[in-house]
Structure formats: C-alpha cells, structure tokens
Design a protein around this ligand. Sequence first.
Ligand code: LLP
Length: 413
Amino acid sequence: MSFEYHSGRLHAEEVALDDIARRHGTPCYVYSRAAIESAYREYSAALAGRPALIAYSVKANSNLAVLALISRLGAGFDIVSGGELKRVIAAGGDPRKVVFSGVGKTEDEIALALEAGILSLNLESGAELERVDAVAARLGKVAPVAFRVNPDVDARTHPYISTGLKQNKFGVAYAEAEKLYRDAAERPNVKIVGIGCHIGSQLTRAGPFVAAAERMLALVQQLDTAGITLEHIDLGGGIGIRYHEERLEPIGAFLDGALGMLAGRKETLIVDPGRSLVGNAGVLLTRVELVKHGEAKNFLVVDAAMNDLIRPALYDAWHEVRPVRKTGAPQGVYDVVGPVCESGDFLARDRQLAAMAGDLLAVMSAGAYAMTMSSNYNSRPRAAEVLVDGRADFLVRERETVEELFAKERVLP
Ligand code: LLP
C-alpha cells in the first residue's frame, strides 16, 4: 500500500507526509507514482492478450506529471474538452490514442481534435454528427467517429454520476443508433471507427458493466449485418474504488465478463478508467487550524475546504480522514470543516479523531475528482500538488497566489 504508517507517521511511499507539509505547505494534494502504476497494471494484466487500449480519463486528475506518467505506461486518453487535449499533448501524450467524449463539443474543439489527429470523436447526437461532418469538410479532413450509445442500464450509483439511463443527457438512444450509423456511413468527411458507452462512475458491482457490454455487443452484431464494421468498442470507465466500506469486485471481474463476450472478435477493446487509476493514489493533506466546540457538535477547522474537495458537499461522498501523526491529543467526535462561508463546507462528518490545533490530517482517496473539481471560491488559491516517487517528492504544481487569481481582472477607467 502506498499510504501507510511507519513509526507512527503516515507516509506516501517512503516520504513522511509531515515532511511534505513542511516543504510544500498545506493544503496540498499528494500523489503516489507506485499506486498509479500498480492500478494501471491491474488493467493491463486483465487486458493482456487481446487488442486493447487503456484510455485514461483525464477529468479525474489532469496534472501534467500524472498524464506524463500514465502516457509512458502506454496509455491513451479519454478527454471531454479541447483544454484536456492540450494538456495531453503538453504532457507528451499521443493524440492518436485519444478519444473525445462529451455532449457539447464546440466547432473549435472539433477542429483542434481533427488537426491533432485523434483516434475517435465519440458523438452523442445526430446534431453533433452534422457539426463534425461540416467542420471536417471545411478543413478537408475525414473525421474518425464513434457513437456513444446509451445502453439504458442502471449503474446503481449516485444519481449525479450515473450516465447510462434514458433520462441522462449522455449518448444516443439505443434504438436510434443504427439509423445514425447509416447516416454517418453516407458522409464523405466522416469515417466510422467505433462505438462507445459509459453507464456511470463509482460502480462497485460488475453486473451493470457487463450488462452494458452485452447490449453494445448485440448492437455491434446488428451493425455488422447492416454492413457497418467497427474498429473498436469502448466500454467506458466507471469502475469504483474503496472509499469506505464498499465491497468492490476486482477490476478483473469487470473486464473478464466483458472479455468473455468479446472473445474471438477482432475489434480493439477500449476502456477509459479515471477514478480507479488515480483515486486511491492521492490524499489531500491539511492542517488543523483550530478546534471549535459548538453547542451541538465539535469541529476541526482545517485549512482545506470544499473548494479543494467538493465531493462530500456535492455527492455526500465519504472520504476517510487519518491523522498524519499519532499524537496524544484527546479523542473526540468531530466534523472536519473548512473556512469557506457555506454550511456545505465539510470534508467529513461525525468522525472519531484525535487531533488538536496544528496537527496534520490526510483526507484519503483524493487522487481523483479533487484538484480537477477545485475552485477559487472565497478567493482561495488552489493547493499545491506533489508527486511522490519512492523516497523523492516532486512539486508538480505550485500553490497559486492570490495575485494570480485577480491578475486578469480590470476595474472601470
Ligand atoms: N468515460 C466517460 C465517457 C465518462 O463520462 C467518465 C466519467 C469516465 C470515462 C471516467 O469514469 P471513472 O472511471 O472515473 O468512473 N465527479 C464525479 C465523477 C464524474 C464522472 C463522470 N464521467 C465524482 O467525483 O464522483
């Protein structure tokens, strides 16, 4: 494990977190290279022996150092904006291994993707097909496309992160798919390359994932019969991680179910994991500013806040909180809260913790959807990011300064 206690001090690999706090300050995200690589290897081992591409979902953690690390492992990338494409390129990623999803790609983003030569634009509507065809024609290019099909499978996860139901905005309706493929096949500036789906995030059971794969495969066979052949099948991301007491099926169980069905088929299998590659590879390191005893509750007021980790406020997510050093502080039941002016500004509630002012805490499982969802609310500069590799720690993003926050603002003359 990458975050463990040695002599009473919580470490990231071989570096003590209190040393990182001293060197880089708090709040600070700390990532473990070994943890990312070992999660990646679970995928590559499960997919060994068949044409496959692991397209890391950039939205989970888009720091250039993380992207470069994952790119060097041979991964491609799943992106949802032109900004993410530019990050992938800046990190040395290969645009030919990039799939671009999202319901509202702008013409500029489509043009950027075509110029970069990405693997596939995953279209989410007929209107988008028309738009991509038009941009490609204007640039004198042929756009590689796939449709993201909505398999209408209940992922049984939080409604905000469920994406594969009829009522979700994502994907094209299953029943419409063949018609859209036939339309695409007629267009000279479009080349059909694949099909994709994504049913939701933080899936703990393989069942819905495998059910979606089954639905996709049935569609692939239907398209085959219609004379439309595909180069890849993209089953999305979504495999969950352990935050608390989730009982998770291993990555292999998700993939084996799908692989079994795809056995003997020549299409490349693409998966686009985000959280499961980086989520448990990061912590948010924060310092207790003060202890507040309220009338009904006790609070540890820390220097990280909802702007650094919005998941508890947004999804009622549970993140484990661990003391960085085991001290003699008295045990208590606390809400761990930030200084932001919102009652929703909490990182954890009703936790048994021993901590006092000045102590460091680690908010666990903060490698995914933490920094990437952070904001500057309350004019709070975004935290530093540190990547640990064995005994070494590298500052991979400097803490923002307040001046940077308003550097682009102007007052009236
Ligand atoms: N591919 C597509 C097309 C997606 O929409 C997503 C995530 C992924 C891949 C990556 O899914 P993952 O492997 O990370 O589950 N902010 C939320 C998660 C939103 C995920 C949306 N789509 C959270 O913090 O829980």
